[in-house]
Design a protein around this ligand. Structure first.
Ligand code: HH2
Length: 285
């Protein structure tokens, strides 16, 4: 592990996020079709209330998404995604952001990244790791020095679970993330602005996800803070036999296993329960 890992805070626009304790990223999906919360917070008032509730529950970051990327999901148009997320970011900026909770936007579209930064988002969470033409430049050029989460995904959401084969999933994911982080640094994005994520469930079988989780240290060894998103995903369903609405306990267990292996940011729908679990974890540690 490089010297100083975990010491320097994550630069997230005007925020500096200390990484000596695990951070919890609360998910707000302003979509009709997300696999867990789709349709529940699609109306502006419901999304705003949800975001405020997650902050009250202890979220360190809010991740706002306007496109479902669950397996099989059809793409959302740029205009639709902008209409879903930008007004919410503008409304939240005045409330949550002033209280020190950075706003992240979960998007792979450069135009949404650009508009979200202008509206006050200070983190870009891109399941496509800034591979879309123009995406790298938007993050690199942002005067506000937004943070970026680079996630590994094999294929596209619509087809990514079909015929997935890796020779060595851990080596391939780590190699991809190292290359994308290097591309960011070469474009002028400081290391302290970069987070990496193995992308659980994105073009991976249950076994791939388990191997990645078991050997998460290989991703941590890249020297960037590691974000994990296992919340309510189908791997938890496969292990517990539970429907999506009943996967909270399994998700918290998986989050703790990831934290034990060095993850520093946990992306979750269940902020209150995850925060409690981490408090207990931290006290014992
Ligand atoms: N998972 C989802 C979406 N965005 N971003 C990162 N960095 N890591 C993840 O694991 C991740 C992510 C999928 O979850 P969700 O947003 O709840 O569902 P949907 O894509 O259906 O909106």
């Amino acid at each position: 592990m490089p010297p100083g890992y975990g010491q320097s805070p994550l630069i997230c626009g005007r925020h500096r996020l200390a990484l000596h304790r695990t951070l919890v990223m609360g998910v707000v999906n302003v979509t009709p079709d997300s696999f867990f919360d789709g349709g529940r917070f699609a109306e502006p008032a419901a999304a705003l209330a949800r975001a405020r509730a997650l902050v009250a529950d202890g979220a360190d970051i809010l991740d706002i998404g306007g496109e479902s990327t669950r397996p099989g999901a059809a793409p959302t148009s740029e205009a639709e995604e902008l209409a879903r997320v930008i007004p919410l970011i503008e409304r939240l900026r005045a409330g949550c952001d002033e209280r020190g909770v950075p706003l992240s936007v979960d998007t792979r579209k450069p135009a949404v990244m650009h508009a979200a930064i202008a509206a006050g988002a200070t983190m870009i969470n891109d399941i496509n790791a800034l591979r879309a033409p123009g995406a790298l430049g938007i993050v690199a050029d942002s005067n506000t020095r937004v943070a970026v989460c680079l996630m590994h995904m094999r294929g596209e959401p619509e087809t990514m679970q079909q015929g997935v084969v890796y020779t060595d999933v851990v080596a391939e994911v780590a190699g991809f993330l190292a290359a994308r982080a290097a591309a960011c640094v070469a474009a002028g994005i400081a290391r302290e602005r970069i987070v990496v994520d193995p992308g659980f469930g994105f073009g991976k079988t249950v076994e791939h996800n388990l191997v990645l989780l078991r050997r998460l240290e290989a991703i941590v060894a890249l020297g960037y803070p590691v974000l994990v998103g296992l919340s309510r995903k189908s791997t938890i369903g496969a292990l517990t036999g539970r429907d999506v609405g009943e996967r909270m306990a399994g998700s918290v267990a998986a989050a703790l296993a990831a934290v034990a292996r060095g993850a520093t940011i946990v992306r979750t729908h269940d902020v209150r329960e995850t925060v409690d679990a981490l408090k207990v974890w931290q006290a014992i540690k």
